[in-house]
Design a binder for this molecule. Structure first.
Ligand SMILES: CC(C)(COP(=O)(O)OP(=O)(O)OC[C@H]1O[C@@H](n2cnc3c(N)ncnc32)[C@H](O)[C@@H]1OP(=O)(O)O)[C@@H](O)C(=O)NCCC(=O)NCCS
Length: 147
């Protein structure tokens, strides 16, 4: 189904904490307000602004990304998409694509030529989305040790 209302993209701020916590909880089923407070504070030093998508004044999606090296004032060539989410009832309408495209161009503007993203291989929504956006399997190997 197509959206009838226009989607507005804007910079995500700490004022969006409740909205982001709510979207996350609706998608994953866990309330993580403290975690999101910490994440949103960090977006201020992440090299590029994180973004919110609004419909009718309500936040319905967001994307958090970071460009490495920026904390030293020197943009590097590597960036990360940290996380993104779109409210269930607004999914499959192109909102995540809009958010990603905007972040993509912001990364390009600061000199980024490679974007990394870490996705669980069980997370089909995200894997399919990033496949559609043009991502391929990278050369890095995920190492872990249970302790
Ligand atoms: C992955 C996610 C961000 C996609 O958002 P979305 O707004 O529905 O994606 P879009 O509508 O912009 O889709 C862009 C493209 O990806 C494809 N796509 C997106 N989700 C897909 C899915 N689940 N299966 C197959 N294709 C998918 C779309 O078909 C579209 O391709 P097209 O233009 O060729 O049709 C959304 O499903 C989501 O938020 N999932 C939960 C993510 C999560 O757990 N985040 C962490 C907690 S916040």
């Amino acid at each position: 189904m197509d959206l009838v209302e226009p989607v507005k993209l804007r910079v995500l701020t700490l004022k969006d904490l409740d909205a982001i916590t709510d979207i996350d909880e609706s998608l994953l089923g866990t309330q993580r307000k403290d975690y999101w407070a910490m994440r949103l504070e960090r977006t201020e030093t992440s090299g590029v602004p994180s973004l919110a998508a609004e419909v009718g004044g309500r936040v319905i999606g967001f994307i958090l990304g970071s460009a490495s090296g920026w904390e030293y004032g020197i943009p590097d060539n590597i960036a990360w998409i940290d996380t993104l989410g779109v409210r269930k009832e607004y999914q499959k309408k192109g909102i995540a694509r809009l958010l990603f495209r905007e972040m993509f161009f912001m990364f390009k503007e600061v000199g980024v030529d490679t974007i990394y993203v870490l996705v669980s291989w069980r997370d089909w929504d995200l894997l399919k989305f990033f496949d559609k956006m043009g991502f391929k399997r990278g050369d890095m190997i995920n190492l872990e040790m249970k302790i």
